[in-house]
Design a binder for this molecule. Sequence first.
Ligand SMILES: [Zn+2]
Length: 304
Amino acid sequence: MAWWKKDRKPRTPPKEKASRVPEGLMVKCPDCSHIIYNKELAANLNVCPKCSHHFRVGAIDRLRMLFDDGVWTEYDKDLVSTDPLQFTDTKPYKARLKTTIESTGLKDAVVVASGRLDGIETIVAAMEYGFIGGSMGVVVGEKIARAIERAIDRRSPIVIVCCSGGARMMEGALSLMQMAKICGALARLDRARLPYIAVLTDPTTGGVTASFAMLGDLNIAEPKALIGFAGPRVIEQTIRQKLPEGFQRSEFLLEKGMVDLVIDRREIKAVIARALRFMGARSAPAPAAVAIAASTATEPAPQL
Ligand SMILES: [Zn+2]
């Protein structure tokens, strides 16, 4: 028997006190460390009330922010990628698609919908970063191209909210072809003299920046969003120079003339509506007015 061995039972770790705050009730702002109630954050459009840090927002929340009363009609909801290259990286692309579809509830990285934006009939395509980094594959390209065609058919403006890591590696050259396809559709929109507004959110990079994100009649960025083509590390290694402070952030790009406006998320809807009106978009008649107009076909509407 050893001399100094103590015959004691190991101490049991103290029982963890039940937290008074249920998990997921609050978040800490990564910028100013302010603790914010989730409800308060949601009411403030996911912007920190103290320092205006813009939290990342999903596609559905984005549509909710832009459309009047949160009402919209979604299009091409069931388009799904078919894994044309049978690609495998750390896991097969098919399996990755399946788990992402289950976790996000979306079929791919963009949601296209139409509705009223401050009374103006508008088509909005919002990208979802949670779906494989918001990457642009065949489905994203097809949905956005169809959205633009739809805008041309209806003579309505289009808003694309970009939030993407770029083209989708797992679809190789097919994903790169989407850049040309969307740009072609945007050229037709331009010839039809219809407005397109690009909203650049954190992050907008790669093939998305290199195509439709920079082609808006007006390019609006959210504050401090990362917007660029290649990442800063790659650029530093290529040009062998230290990059300036704030490189590839919205404010830097505004100063250099790459974007037209940097707008707080809480004001973005009003700014888009004002810009669309300036570009000639008109408010659609309110549903109630349409109903009254229809009823006048048989009897005159009451004079108010
Ligand atoms: Zn903050």
